[in-house]
Design a protein around this ligand. Structure first.
Ligand SMILES: NC(=O)c1ccc[n+]([C@@H]2O[C@H](COP(=O)([O-])OP(=O)(O)OC[C@H]3O[C@@H](n4cnc5c(N)ncnc54)[C@H](OP(=O)(O)O)[C@@H]3O)[C@@H](O)[C@H]2O)c1
Length: 166
């Protein structure tokens, strides 16, 4: 799988169930990369989307222990609720012709980073007041493969960095 995340200088990714910042070019990067793919997430990340709706044009796989959600989302044909890695593996096998992205949040990144060989990181050059964090890339054996030029949005510098497991 490919992890995709926007992180700050301290690996912060969110606060109070929300993103730290919404950068239009980063949103566009996410949309373009994940279009027509499988996206794997935690229930809190699903609930952070507009109207709690699954992402269009993607197969949404959501980790939750809440059995009620299947019923609540019964009108959507692009969402699956799962409880464990075995269920994830069988869905990834079913959709093996598509790319699969790990899209957060912290709990899911930390539990499943071992299943990723690539991380697409939007790196913010600022320390935000975050309460949720991405795992340490170096500790997990990731090295930089390529990076974009520096960019700026509302005074915050950032760049896109592609990591591969070394
Ligand atoms: N910067 C970024 O790129 C980025 C990307 C995504 C999210 N975020 C941010 O990250 C934050 C959310 O992260 P989070 O860690 O709080 O939540 P999360 O990982 O999105 O979701 C956690 C939930 O997933 C379910 N879950 C996780 N592991 C499970 C397992 N093994 N089995 C069954 N269910 C499991 C549980 O749902 P139930 O409680 O329903 O059982 C758990 O409460 C938000 O602030 C969000 O904005 C940032």
């Amino acid at each position: 799988m490919i992890a995709i995340a926007c992180i700050d200088t301290k690996n912060g990714i969110g606060k109070n169930g929300k993103l730290l910042i919404s950068i239009p070019e980063d949103m566009q990067f996410f949309v373009e990369n994940t279009r027509d793919s499988v996206v794997v997430m935690g229930r809190k990340t699903l609930f952070s989307f507009k109207d709690r709706k699954p992402l269009k044009n993607r197969i949404n796989i959501v980790f939750t222990n809440n059995d009620e959600l299947k019923n609540e989302y019964k009108d959507f044909d692009n969402i699956f609720f799962i409880k464990n890695e075995a269920e994830l593996d069988s869905l990834l096998e079913k959709y093996k012709d598509k790319k699969a992205f790990l899209i957060g949040g912290a709990k899911i990144y930390n539990n499943l980073i071992g299943k990723c060989d690539t991380c697409l990181i939007t790196k913010l050059d600022k320390a935000f007041d975050a309460d949720t964090f991405f795992p340490d890339l170096e500790e997990h054996g990731f090295v930089i493969e390529s990076e974009s030029e520096n960019k700026t949005y509302e005074g915050i510098n950032y760049k896109f960095i592609k990591y591969k497991r070394g």
